[in-house]
Design a protein around this ligand. Structure first.
Ligand SMILES: Nc1ncnc2c1ncn2[C@@H]1O[C@H](COP(=O)(O)OP(=O)(O)O)[C@@H](O)[C@H]1O
Ligand SMILES: [Mg+2]
Length: 420
């Protein structure tokens, strides 16, 4: 605009005036389009001044255009107004520079703040992570302490899949293994005490042997006076006493030499049904109401059918013996909630086991049945289930009844062997 003004003064070029007017319009429209930003940069007062100076300048130009003749007064006015405008615009430029500097300073400040925020949040996050790791480490420490004290408890609900989670899983595995080993150790200690137990067996055998001897003596003494029926009765007594001896010897052998199980893929429900069939008559005679609740969807598992059947027969026999008339026997098979085990529950409504006897019922020769028991049924069963890598446990309430639970693993390593 001022260039055109210079042209006008130098060459008295009338066209330069038109040019100036055009420029003024351009300036006005561009100022209006970014009015807000300009106000922000140079403030409201300066903006009003700028507008006033421009207006003044454009009014003088309009007068010059209208006048058409040279007018020295107007020209001086125009020079004056142009100078004011130039000076004012350099002030504005200065102000703008200050504003830009401020902007730069602000961005620097924001950058610095973000840096501190990022630094602080990373400190907090790393603190949280290390706290989580510490918590897991504390758990691991507690677990190792409890293992060293002989409590092979496992930690449940491991959610994390990180290193700590794997360590806890490995520790759980170790605790399980240790518990199994300990139980095996206890069982082998029991086996080691077989030598001592033999005396027990000898004692067990003494009673029926004495009985047989007495029966034989009486039989001989009374022989001439005995009727045919009497003789048959005597012989029946001898037979039942020998049966009892056979039973004692068989149980003892089963106990002392736990046979390696011959594992075969088997439907456990069929085994339960077979055991039940064997016992059905006895249960019927004892007036026991039996209910079978078998889960048909159970997978087949690798077991020694005969051995498991023996366990079931032992448990059913015990249940029947614990109940007087009108007892109820409930046999149930199901899958445990983690789908790792098949569970068999044998529940009776018998007299129950007093809590102080519970720790002993799996001991060999422990019996509360006097001459009627050998005390080997449960210890043999325990050995068999342990050989199957399973569990047998008991819950009982005196006067209410007893539940024995057998847990057999669905996967016990046999699959690998059969698959090659
Ligand atoms: N279902 C049961 N109800 C009550 N007591 C039981 C039951 N099962 C086992 N017992 C107790 O455990 C003992 C040991 O059982 P076991 O080893 O089978 O030997 P036995 O049957 O020859 O006595 C039994 O004498 C009895 O006291
Ligand atoms: Mg028994």
């Amino acid at each position: 605009m001022r260039l055109a003004e210079k042209n006008y003064f130098l060459y008295k070029d009338k066209l330069a005036i038109d040019d100036i007017i055009l420029k003024i319009d351009e300036i006005n429209s561009s100022i209006n389009s970014v009015k807000k930003d300009i106000i922000k940069a140079i403030n409201e007062d300066n903006f009003t001044k700028l507008e006033a100076y421009l207006k003044d300048y454009s009014e003088i130009i309009s007068q010059i255009q209208k006048n058409n003749t040279e007018n020295a007064k107007l020209e001086t006015k125009l020079r004056e107004s142009g100078r004011r405008l130039r000076e004012f615009s350099s002030t504005i430029t200065h102000l703008e520079r200050i504003h830009v500097n401020e902007l730069i300073l602000n961005s620097k400040r924001i950058l610095l703040h973000s840096f501190w925020i990022i630094l602080l949040s990373s400190i907090i996050i790393s603190h949280l992570i290390s706290r989580k790791i510490l918590q897991s480490l504390k758990l691991i420490e507690k677990m190792t302490l409890s293992i060293s004290e002989g409590n092979f408890k496992t930690l449940k609900d491991i959610k994390s899949n990180d290193e700590c989670g794997s360590v806890i899983k490995a520790l759980n595995f170790m605790a399980n293994e240790l518990r199994n080993r300990e139980e095996q150790l206890i069982q082998s200690k029991k086996l080691a005490s077989i030598g001592v137990m033999t005396a027990g067996v000898a004692h067990e055998l003494t009673n029926p042997l004495n009985n047989i001897s007495m029966i034989a003596q009486t039989y001989l003494e009374l022989y001439d006076n005995l009727s045919r029926n009497d003789r048959i009765e005597f012989m029946n007594k001898v037979e039942s006493e020998t049966d009892r001896m056979k039973e004692i010897v068989k149980n003892f052998l089963d106990f002392s030499k736990p046979k390696e199980p011959h594992l075969k893929q088997t439907d456990i429900n069929l085994v339960i049904q077979k055991a039940y069939k064997l016992m059905q008559n006895m249960l019927y005679i004892s007036n026991i109401d039996t209910q079978l609740e078998l889960d048909e969807s159970l997978p087949k598992i690798f077991i020694d059918e005969n051995q498991i059947q023996q366990v079931l027969v032992n448990l059913i026999t015990n249940a029947a013996q614990a109940m007087t008339k009108n007892g109820k026997l409930h046999i149930k098979s199901s899958l445990d909630k983690n789908k790792n085990y098949i569970e068999i529950y044998i529940t009776d409504t018998g007299k129950g086991i007093p809590p102080e006897l519970l720790p002993h019922i799996f001991d060999p020769f422990f019996t509360t049945k006097g001459e009627g028991g050998t005390g080997l049924g449960l210890s043999v069963s325990y050995g068999i289930i342990k050989n199957h890598k399973g569990d047998i446990s008991v819950e009982s309430k005196v006067g209410k009844g007893t539940t024995f639970t057998i847990r057999l693993p669905i996967y016990n390593g046999e699959e690998d062997k059969t698959n090659g």
